[in-house]
Design a protein. Structure first.
Length: 130
């Protein structure tokens, strides 16, 4: 799967963002190891704590369809610098392992990282064992 297609799909998803308050549109495209792609956009709510980020929408869609093994996620936004996932999204990503994270600016600049690099001291299920 080429990154250009994932960037295109993330940008298309970004157009569906519901952002009446911040006007800050974000899109994501998640590639599973089985080759399926799930997209997401950020969705705001007037009760701000109920808003959800594009990355989590894409991941939750994949998981709800039985996919839990991810290869990469592309995140796009209308930012001058490459977009970065928030802490909550990093933690949700970490729940499903270490995979590639591709972050894209409005000018098409690309930064590459991994979940582990973005959240090296993640909380995981090992802490829940009693």
């Amino acid at each position: 799967m080429n990154d250009e297609l994932l960037i295109k799909l993330a940008n298309e998803a970004k157009e569906n963002a519901h952002v009446p308050y911040s006007k800050f549109r974000v899109g994501a495209a998640l590639l599973t190891k089985s080759g399926k792609i799930y997209t997401g956009c950020n969705i705001e709510n007037s009760s701000f704590g109920l808003s959800v980020c594009a990355e989590r929408v894409a991941i939750f869609k994949a998981v709800s369809e039985g996919e839990k093994d991810f290869e990469k996620i592309v995140i796009v936004a209308d930012t001058d610098e490459t977009i970065r996932p928030c802490g909550a999204c990093r933690q949700v990503m970490a729940e499903f392992g270490d995979f590639e994270v591709i972050m894209v600016s409005k000018k098409g600049e690309i930064s590459r990282s991994s979940v582990r690099k973005l959240l090296p001291y993640r909380f995981n299920g090992d802490f829940l064992k009693i």
